[in-house]
Design a protein around this ligand. Structure first.
Ligand SMILES: *Cc1c(COP(=O)(O)O)cnc(C)c1O
Length: 468
């Protein structure tokens, strides 16, 4: 299986060559040249597999240039009850007949990003060990992504993580989660400024080609193909958990930001998984909802992004969306290039009157949006009716999912984080704090490892130089 770029400007490469990088050399995103097709017989066989067995069957169809034995070892090392709280890895809770919650947030940082990043950590370590190379991951975080990356890379050979965060601006829990890590390959830098400045520093360092090469600076970003690939697995797992036969269809409700999670659902559907609808939910930052309703994609400047109570969905341009549009326009790289030339110039595009958008229903997508008030109400309602505590992002998904529910089609809502991560809003909704999983009790009292510094590119560079 070769991988191609959505913009058609580079020759096909095998999986291993897409692994450590970000964008394709032509500025596009990598994607398999075709989606492997899963037959009915295979689906039936896969029904009884454990999570790691299923992950192996799926991943080996994409990562065809890694030896099966090595891949199996890496996957079985990743998806353990020890790391994900139970052997099921992604357990399903039934709220009422026909409405289910697929638990994706039982990994080390209690958010769904762990599912892909834990595998990525092991794949990176494996790839680097083949060449003896080292990688210094530099990133900026306002909370979630940074901690998931640190927990994925801690203790890994050949990898260091330098993570910038805005000093004093994360929640107590988020700080404790990141700064309590004592692994010698993890470095937390608290920058005395806002998140945007952290991100600007990362950009400035990455734009210094000589520095970047000398210190082998890399990133863990949401456009990495293997993250999408790893996420395809739980759509299959969730489907099997709520159906008895492959004749049944299921719909998934997905709280969305960068379009990574739901992109994996789209891939699963293209592989032949009987998915009826992919229900995309946004919060007040609704660029994606706007596209699926109207055909207009109008990314907004960062300054127009609202800060909401489902912060991991506060985006104004969805970095993985290009992959879906590539499929939507019939995999025409010229068309994608034309559209993204507009996007990169700060403009929007309108597919509403095209043959492509006329076919949007064939892709199964529907969408809706949720607001702070909806979130509070949904958190309350799910607690009162079912006795289940949900987080703010999951609430956005459930709200829009229920709105688009169809009679006779099971609805699987993806749970993307645990409520403990968003204490203030849960308190507002339920009048009390969320419960804290046992392994996190006392986390806030542990010693913290962090270096505070001013927003100064040279200071950050000097820190990296001194620690590699
Ligand atoms: C990242 C994140 C999302 C959004 O997922 P995308 O793949 O960016 O669409 C939703 N909920 C939570 C809790 C997240 O951390």
């Amino acid at each position: 299986m070769q991988n191609i770029s959505t913009r058609g400007g580079c020759s096909p490469v095998p999986f291993s060559q897409t692994l450590l990088g970000g964008l394709a050399p032509d500025g596009g995103l990598f994607l398999p040249e075709s989606y492997p097709q899963v037959s009915r017989e295979e689906l039936t066989q896969w029904r009884s597999l454990t999570y790691p067995e299923l992950a192996f069957e799926i991943v080996r169809r994409f990562a065809t240039d890694l030896p099966d034995g090595d891949l199996r070892t890496l996957i079985f090392k990743t998806y353990t009850a020890e790391t994900f709280g139970s052997g099921e890895i992604t357990p399903v809770k039934t709220l009422e007949p026909g409405v289910h919650l697929l638990g994706l947030s039982n990994g080390p940082t209690l958010a769904f990003k762990d599912i892909a990043l834990q595998l990525l950590g092991n794949l990176f370590e494996y790839a680097l060990s083949k060449t003896g190379a080292e990688l210094n991951i530099l990133g900026a975080t306002s909370g979630d992504t940074g901690s998931a990356a640190e927990y994925a890379m801690r203790g890994k050979q050949g990898i260091r993580v330098f993570m910038l965060s805005p000093h004093g601006r994360m929640s107590t829990f988020q700080r404790a989660q990141m700064y309590s890590l004592a692994d010698p390959n993890i470095f937390n830098l608290a920058i005395e400024s806002m998140f945007d400045d952290c991100q600007n520093i990362v950009k400035a360092v990455s734009n210094d080609r000589a520095f970047k090469e000398k210190y082998r600076i890399g990133t863990v970003n949401s456009i990495n193909w293997s993250r999408i690939m790893a996420q395809v697995v739980y759509y299959f797992k969730g489907y099997f958990a709520v159906t008895r036969s492959n004749d049944q269809q299921v719909s998934f409700a997905v709280p969305s930001g960068n379009f990574g999670n739901i992109c994996a659902g789209h891939v699963a559907r293209c592989m032949g998984l009987p998915i009826k609808r992919l229900i995309l939910a946004t919060n007040e930052n609704d660029v994606l909802d706007e596209f699926f309703r109207t055909g207009v994609y109008a990314p907004r400047p960062v300054a127009d992004t609202q800060t909401t109570s489902s912060p991991s969905m506060d985006i104004s341009r969805a970095s993985n969306f290009e992959r879906f549009v590539f499929d939507l326009v019939g995999r025409d790289p010229q068309k994608v290039k034309e559209l993204w030339t507009r996007v990169e110039a700060g403009a929007s595009f309108d597919l509403s009157k095209t043959e492509h958008f006329a076919r949007i229903a064939e892709f199964g997508f529907v969408s809706g949006k949720s607001t702070h008030g909806d979130r509070l109400e949904t958190i309350r309602r799910v607690w009162e009716r079912y006795g289940v505590e949900i987080d703010t992002h999951t609430a956005d998904g459930i709200k829009v999912g229920l709105q688009n529910r169809e009679r006779g089609v099971p609805l699987v809502c993806l749970e993307t984080a645990l409520p403990i991560k968003f204490e203030a809003t849960i308190l507002e909704a339920l009048g009390r704090k969320p419960s804290c999983p046992a392994q996190f009790l006392g986390l806030e009292d542990q010693p913290q490892h962090v270096t505070v510094m001013p927003p100064d590119v040279d200071r950050v560079k000097a820190f990296i130089e001194a620690h590699v």
